[in-house]
Design a protein around this ligand. Structure first.
Ligand code: URA
Length: 239
């Protein structure tokens, strides 16, 4: 995906270099990334920041003041993520909705309540896992994330994954699954398989988004199968 000059500048300011194949963005950046040199650029009025060097608190601060894409204009607040920083299981959704934007926490609306029930069914409560989204800001009218918004924001998520080192990622919904696996395959085709998140080498399983399950309750049976599959994968991760 081609990023414009301003977006590339934001990536630089965010210190983004190593998680992604940079060749598609800027071959010179790729060379520096391959040589393990940290890339950071200074934008007017801000200090360069290397995301790879940030701990949880500084990363959360960085997210809370992020203006890398236009979504900052419409947000009430950013939605960083919630849960245990020692979690074995990381659940990744798409983006905050209205209620998440109000409360500053992912999956707290109706879809979140169903997610909680799904997780309880395999023996987890929210405080034992970690929950985050591809986007930290709510898109207007809950539209799909634009590719450039996801590209910018997913860098924060990669740093969260690096800090968390989960044994397993469970992506809920097509948007999160396709973006993180860099594929256009349907969710139906991506299910029932342990993939790997390339950037962090984390085992990765896919299931339906709880908002979809609210609209199509007959699909809950398949989601249940996915959750059992995820639980089995976690128990056999051997880490
Ligand atoms: N849907 C998502 O994908 N994430 C949330 O946080 C809420 C709803």
């Amino acid at each position: 995906m081609a990023l414009n000059a301003q977006q590339q500048a934001y990536l630089g300011t965010m210190g983004i270099s190593l998680y992604q194949s940079q060749a598609a963005i800027d071959p010179a950046m790729a060379d520096r990334a391959n040589s393990n040199e940290s890339i950071s650029r200074q934008s007017p009025g801000s200090q360069p920041v290397d995301l790879h060097s940030l701990g949880w608190a500084d990363l959360a601060d960085q997210v809370s003041t992020c203006v890398a894409c236009e979504l900052h204009q419409g947000r009430k607040q950013t939605v960083f993520g919630v849960g245990s920083q020692q979690a074995d299981l990381l659940v990744i959704g798409e983006a905050p909705g209205a209620e998440e934007d109000r409360q500053g926490e992912p999956f707290v609306g109706r879809a979140g309540q169903l997610l909680n029930e799904m997780l309880k069914a395999i023996g987890f409560n929210r405080s034992q896992i970690y929950i985050a989204n591809i986007l930290k800001c709510r898109p207007p009218n809950n539209r799909d994330p634009k590719p450039e918004e996801a590209e910018l924001c997913v860098q924060y998520l990669y740093r969260q994954i690096d800090l968390l080192q989960p044994k397993l990622i469970l992506a809920v919904g097509r948007i999160a699954a396709q973006r993180l696996l860099n594929t256009n395959m349907t969710l139906a085709k991506l299910r029932s398989k342990v993939h790997e998140l390339k950037e962090t080498q984390t085992p990765f399983i896919v299931t339906y988004h709880p908002a979809y399950l609210l609209r199509a309750p007959t699909e809950k049976r398949k989601a249940w199968e996915d959750l059992l599959f995820a639980k089995h994968a976690l128990e056999n991760s051997g880490v």
